[in-house]
Design a protein around this ligand. Structure first.
Ligand SMILES: Cc1cc2nc3c(=O)[nH]c(=O)nc-3n(C[C@H](O)[C@H](O)[C@H](O)COP(=O)(O)OP(=O)(O)OC[C@H]3O[C@@H](n4cnc5c(N)ncnc54)[C@H](O)[C@@H]3O)c2cc1C
Length: 394
């Protein structure tokens, strides 16, 4: 299962030896699936350029050297999908464990389950409502927005779940996340706030869920193991583009504005910062993700990674644990982009960039950065499979 990493200095030489090579910029799940399809189904030679020191993009995980705990380097990543096609495809490269994601939220020193369910409602209001009571209960508390269109995120959220639940679980968390008052955020950021009328506290509804049994790092190594794929790590496209002819077919999964030297201005993002800690305790918080609703707690959530692999019994029971605090952060050019700021200015700007890039013969735009969209991994896989079928499959 060796991944054929190549030496950066040999890139130009190797490239000239290949017939009809394709360059894939970025080795996240989109770029890696594209590379796999191009090499294994299309028989093409693929040059994957990755500016980081490891492949896998934001989905990457690997064992922590001190504790052996599988850590997700860019925050928790749970694979989940409704798509049989995506599940069948990705399952060719990994087995999944039986993990089902559950998220807890701490608010004013008490813990509740998210998303809001009958369990959350009954514990928060200290009631014993039945499933049929939930809709009328929420409707009564959202009364004042029944006849008018919500003007901002705050109004939209209240119209969906009522004032009390909004103030308890959404307002302060969202304001931390976006760094602005909820009343100044566009209503479109949320289309719905799922409320379960039963005691199901699973975070996702998708029928297919799990964590790669031997980690995302191994999953990516298998996606990229075809000898026709050469992966160049620590290689920024802009440092090596002179080595390729202009006409080479290229799949670009980096930010669209970067490719065109930001000529129309910057697309804006929200960023994140992660703080890592190792604790001498077997279990720090009793669950994989604990959200923090309160304004005065500066992080939005704490990840505790050993909970993703209860089947790794020895490590799960061991006396150490690794946690990671996730802090929302303002973004400026050069920072790591995480969440696109989906407003009219950015949507218009993105259209200009995407229009120009896709006009270039042989150029393909993809991935969450190239699409300027928040995509879960399954959407990135699905879009990569679609792009391959549409643009490359003969
Ligand atoms: C905090 C957080 C938690 C998430 N949790 C989940 C989850 O639980 N489940 C889920 O399904 N999804 C989750 N996601 C979404 C998931 O991360 C994305 O779906 C996935 O990363 C998309 O893959 P990608 O290949 O499009 O982009 P990326 O993973 O971002 O990969 C892009 C790659 O391109 C490289 N690159 C960029 N520019 C250049 C350049 N100039 N030269 C060379 N290389 C370049 C980057 O270094 C990067 O490796 C989460 C996202 C975040 C932010």
């Amino acid at each position: 299962m060796e991944t054929p990493f190549s030496d950066f200095s040999r890139l130009g030489e190797e490239f000239r030896r290949c017939r009809k090579p394709v360059v894939v910029v970025g080795s996240g799940i989109f770029g890696s699936v594209m590379a796999e399809r191009l090499a294994s189904d299309g028989g093409r030679d693929v040059f994957v350029l990755e500016k980081r020191s490891q492949f896998g993009g934001n989905s990457y995980s690997a064992p922590d050297p001190e504790t052996g705990i599988e850590t997700h380097r860019y925050g928790s990543h749970i694979f989940h999908t409704k798509s049989q096609r995506v599940w069948d495809y990705i399952s060719r490269f990994t087995k999944f464990n039986t993990y089902r994601h559950k998220v807890m939220i701490t608010r004013r020193g008490r813990v509740y389950a998210m998303p809001i369910s009958l369990f959350t409602i009954n514990t928060f209001f200290e009631k014993n409502l039945k499933p049929a009571d939930v809709a009328p209960f929420l409707a009564a508390s959202a009364e004042k927005f029944r006849d008018r269109v919500p003007a901002n995120l705050e109004e939209k959220a209240i119209s969906l779940i009522g004032e009390d639940l909004y103030r308890a679980f959404i307002k302060e968390y969202t304001e931390k996340q976006w760094g602005r008052p909820a009343a100044e955020l566009p209503a479109e950021i949320i289309t719905r706030l799922p409320v379960r009328r039963n005691y199901n506290i699973d975070y996702f509804n998708d029928p297919f869920q799990g964590i790669p049994i031997d980690g995302y790092g191994k999953l990516f190594a298998r996606l990229l193991e075809n000898p026709k794929i050469r992966v160049f790590l620590n290689t920024d496209y802009f440092d090596v583009r002179g080595l390729f002819p202009e006409s080479v077919e290229t799949v670009w999964t980096g930010p669209a504005d970067r490719l065109l030297d930001y000529k129309y201005g910057y697309l804006e993002w929200r960023s994140l910062r992660f703080e890592w800690e190792t604790h001498n305790t077997a279990d720090f918080q009793g669950t994989s993700v604990m959200n923090y609703a309160d304004h005065d707690v500066p992080w939005t959530r704490i990840h505790e990674f050993k909970h993703y692999h209860p089947e790794r019994e020895e490590i799960f029971e061991s006396a150490k644990t690794v946690i990671c605090k996730e802090f929302p952060a303002a973004w400026k050019p050069g920072d790591e982009p995480y969440y696109p700021i989906n407003n009219e200015r950015n949507r218009e700007l993105y259209k200009k960039y995407a229009g120009e890039i896709t006009q270039r013969p042989g150029w393909h735009l993809g991935g969450r950065l190239g699409a300027y969209q928040y995509w879960d991994m399954d959407r990135a896989v699905e879009n990569a499979l679609d792009l391959y079928e549409r643009a490359f499959r003969r």
